[in-house]
Design a protein around this ligand. Structure first.
Ligand SMILES: C[S@@+](CC[C@H](N)C(=O)[O-])C[C@H]1O[C@@H](n2cnc3c(N)ncnc32)[C@H](O)[C@@H]1O
Length: 298
């Protein structure tokens, strides 16, 4: 399953990609759709640095560019974007003029990873973006089977904004006394005991799966950190483009931009977030919740 890049034209236009001795960073390579469009615009003088926690994405993109002339202008790292500053400082690259963060899940993670991101499949409850996984790192199975009822309750509310947070946490804690909860369908079954599936609403498991993913991967902490580091890494007039897919992430981005704007460190280029149009949503349904925000460093 390949991933269709979201708001591709808007990303490329806002990043202001052109042929010059400049560096662009894609902090979330995924299927490489955005990265490929960036390198095409900046080659032969520009450099692209791309990161992803999933090594399969790095290897796949390496194979793609091996067949293309851009190879020498692309640097790929199987790493967390929270290490962005350290990575950039360790390399001798031209000024950084653009950073892209396209947050969250790729289609490959949902459909092909076998790591339990989709409530529509029956897979082990893992949910780590990191591949290969760091030995002993926290999984969704660990959280579901070992965290206290109040900790579960908290993440379901804070990271999922699930109104039935308390009841779902207690049903899980009762069920795990009888049998360890290790698969997505075991969890979905428990959630459905509290909220039955209806045709009208979103699937009852959506918010709980989101909460677990955020907790396993420390997504909100990482986002807050990379936003700060972007300010150090970007050169003046450099731009940061962020696409988020739920309100918790978007709120963090929005507040960070407002705060930096007040300090006169940036200009906000998108007063309101840019959303995919009807046409894009029609051919790429996953883009429907995307919100793109852009700032320029002063
Ligand atoms: C929405 S996808 C990116 C899609 C990509 N823009 C494309 O066009 O194919 C997000 C990607 O970011 C990666 N990711 C998530 N959190 C990360 C982090 N903290 N550091 C590096 N990569 C991360 C995921 O593994 C996933 O491949």
């Amino acid at each position: 399953m390949s991933h269709i890049p979201v708001l591709l034209n808007e990303v490329i236009n806002y990043l202001n990609c052109r042929v010059a001795k400049q560096t662009f960073i894609d902090g979330t390579l995924g299927g490489g759709g955005h990265s490929l469009a960036i390198i095409k615009k900046i080659y032969p003088l520009g450099k692209l640095l791309a990161l992803d926690l999933d090594k399969d994405n790095i290897d796949n993109f390496q194979q793609i560019i091996n067949k293309l002339p851009y190879k020498k202008n692309v640097l790929l790292f199987n790493d967390n974007f929270v290490h962005l500053k350290k990575i950039i400082y360790s390399l001798n690259l031209p000024p950084v003029k653009g950073i892209l963060l396209d947050l969250g899940l790729s289609s490959m993670l949902l459909e092909d990873s076998g790591r339990g991101f989709s409530f529509q499949r029956d897979e082990p409850l893992d949910m780590r973006y990191c591949n290969p996984p760091i030995k002993g790192s926290l999984t969704a199975t660990d959280i579901i089977n070992t965290w206290s009822v109040s900790e579960l309750d908290r993440i379901f509310w804070q990271y999922g904004e699930e109104t039935n947070h308390q009841r779902i946490a207690s049903v899980i804690v009762k069920a795990r006394l009888i049998k360890k909860i290790e698969t997505t369908q075991q969890l979905v079954h428990l959630i459905n005991q509290i909220i039955p599936v209806t045709r009208k609403n979103i699937h009852p498991a959506t918010k709980i799966f989101q909460a677990l993913r955020i907790a396993v991967n420390q997504e909100l902490i990482n986002l807050t950190e990379v936003l700060k580091q972007s300010m150090d890494v970007l050169s003046p007039q450099g731009r940061l483009v962020v696409i988020s897919y739920h309100s918790l992430e978007d709120r963090i981005v929005k507040r960070f931009f407002i705060q930096q704007n007040k300090l006169r460190r940036i200009r906000i280029l998108t007063k309101k977030p840019i959303r995919p149009g009807k046409e894009e949503i029609q051919y790429n349904f996953r883009s429907r919740s995307g919100k793109l925000r852009v700032m320029e460093k002063i």
